[in-house]
Design a protein. Structure first.
Length: 212
């Protein structure tokens, strides 16, 4: 694990989130990543907010060389263990970053931001990080952003949270003529919450290619 920087509030929140239970997520890759990346030619990939590592392991299993970053040391430790158990530990570099403060160096064939939402993010922080993510996509590569369009159906007491629309994300990115939007889609799917609740949720996905 390489060095990174993290602000106390962000790291404290996500450490608490992961330390609260032995395993938060299912261990399966995000379905929108699978749908959109299955047909891509493997190369180098950057997984932003990798959590417990399911996406990174899936990518490595398909031949990608992956850099996977998260602000939570606990999540990164679990992700590395998952990768080793799956036999792909040598194909993934895990690194601690608070992406609002530091960002991995280099350019990549795929930069993936799957459900990159944070209740402790500052105003415009997500947009700033996604713009930096776009800068890390090399020519011919893909920026893949999946996000929530709203709360799951089983959530009754909904906090005042804004879920950016796809048009808002594209406006924030302001990518210009060097990019081509290949996928712009809203998908309703069944989800299972970490506490066990099951319901429907609409998610959005943008696959954008840097054409020059």
């Amino acid at each position: 694990m390489s060095e990174g920087t993290a602000t106390g509030n962000t790291q404290e929140f996500w450490e608490g989130f992961y330390q609260d239970r032995d395993q938060v997520w299912t261990g399966n890759p995000n379905p929108l990543l699978v749908r959109e990346a299955a047909g891509l030619e493997p190369g180098t990939a950057l997984d932003l907010g990798c959590g417990e590592g399911a996406d990174a392991v899936w990518l490595a299993g398909r031949g990608w060389r992956v850099t996977a970053v998260d602000v939570s040391v606990t999540a990164l430790r679990r992700a590395a263990a998952h990768a080793d158990e799956a036999g792909f530990g040598e194909h993934i570099t895990f690194a601690e970053h608070d992406l609002a403060q530091s960002f991995p160096e280099g350019v990549f064939d795929l930069v993936s931001a799957q459900f990159f939402h944070s209740p402790v993010a500052r105003e415009q922080e997500r947009a700033k990080v996604l713009r930096r993510a776009a800068e890390a996509v090399q020519r011919g590569g893909v920026l893949l952003i999946a996000g929530h369009a709203g709360w799951p159906s089983f959530v009754e007491h909904r906090h005042d949270v804004h879920f950016p629309t796809m048009d808002e994300v594209l406006a924030d990115l302001a990518l210009g003529a060097d990019w081509s939007v290949e996928t712009k889609d809203a998908v309703e799917r069944e989800v299972t919450w970490p506490e066990g609740q099951v319901g429907l949720r609409t998610d959005t996905v943008l696959r954008i290619r840097r054409v020059r």
